[in-house]
Design a protein around this ligand. Structure first.
Ligand code: NAP
Length: 291
């Protein structure tokens, strides 16, 4: 049965994710702050678009959201003309934005008060994962609501997992970002070292990727790093936002994150180089710039 769905936020991630829902035969109404992108999306996928989040969400059984940070999510959900004000009773709000666990609790309460349901559902897998429909989704919320919505999320995911109550999805995503931070710095140092040592970087990756050093970052980023190309992927500005969330949460639960804190400073330096929108693998560019 085709469902009425709404998707708010057509960025690097949201644009293809909403596209997968439409391609699967659902009726999708989108909203994007920059309307031109919504028009282009509707033309490409044969869906519709609303001029406010509330308008896009009006008839939807499930409303998806994938914007930038906590405040961006608030503005499209609980803010003026936000989705929650337009949603029909018992509809489900699913937030794919990487945001704080506090925001998830706040939205869960706002949805309950409005007779709606909420799931925090941050994603991993990057631009490629969104485009290929192979994301990993970590969810927080009620089991019954998760069961109603997991098949729809599976349209653009290879794994959709309920981790616990509201906020547990965001907590899991924090673990994901903590793991990635040190790893990308390690990969950057490895490629940098290989170049300085006069090795063929492609040949190095070819051999070590088959051993214990292999990783998603290595497989999906080594070539663009070697080619000095960073105009794609997961923006440094978003990574700093994520690491800020991790470091704040770490302080609250008394979890020490020394490498994460250091890599966060390195990303600050990449921003100062003008790389806020560069992919997070640009840590290599920072190393080379400080030679
Ligand atoms: N890119 C990745 O590889 C990746 C991977 C995993 C998770 N994520 C997370 O997914 C989320 C989206 O990332 P992205 O890469 O798709 O970002 P993006 O390309 O920068 O897109 C952000 C989207 O949010 C909208 N937006 C931002 N602030 C808004 C506001 N105040 N009101 C309304 N709309 C607003 C933007 O609208 P406009 O078009 O008008 O600017 C755009 O549609 C972030 O939380 C990010 O951390 C990203």
């Amino acid at each position: 049965m085709p469902l009425n769905l709404a998707f708010i936020g057509l960025g690097v991630m949201g644009y293809p994710m909403a596209g997968h829902l439409a391609k699967a035969g659902h009726k999708v109404c989108v909203y994007n702050r920059t309307t031109q992108k919504a028009e282009q999306w509707a033309e490409t996928y044969g869906g519709t678009f609303g001029t406010t989040p509330a308008e896009a969400a009006k008839n939807a059984d499930i409303v998806f959201c994938c914007v930038g940070n906590d405040d961006d999510v608030r503005s499209v959900t609980t803010g003026e003309n936000g989705a929650i004000s337009g949603m029909k009773p018992e509809a489900i709000l699913i937030d794919h934005t990487t945001a704080s666990a506090e925001l998830a609790t706040e939205l869960d309460t706002a949805c309950r008060n409005a007779g709606l349901h909420f799931i925090d559902a941050p994603v991993s897998g990057g631009q490629q994962g969104a485009e290929n429909g192979k994301l990993t989704i970590m969810c927080g919320g009620e089991e019954a609501i998760f069961e109603k919505s997991q098949d729809i999320m599976a349209i653009y995911a290879q794994a959709v997992t309920l981790m616990g109550e509201a906020g547990a999805g965001q907590m899991t995503k924090m673990v994901n970002q903590i793991c990635i931070a040190g790893l990308v710095q390690g990969l950057s140092e490895g490629l940098y070292f290989a170049e300085k040592a006069g090795l063929d970087q492609n040949k190095v990756i070819d051999v070590i990727s088959k051993g214990a050093a292999g990783s998603w970052q290595m497989m999906n980023r080594h070539q663009t790093m070697i080619d000095d190309k960073y105009d794609h992927g997961f923006a440094v500005d978003w990574m700093r936002k994520d690491l800020d969330i991790c470091l704040n949460q770490g302080r609250k639960i008394k979890a020490k994150l020394p490498v994460t804190a250091l890599v966060d400073q390195f990303y600050g330096e990449v921003q100062a180089m003008g790389g806020g929108r560069w992919d997070t693998s640009s840590l290599l560019k920072r190393l080379k710039a400080t030679d």
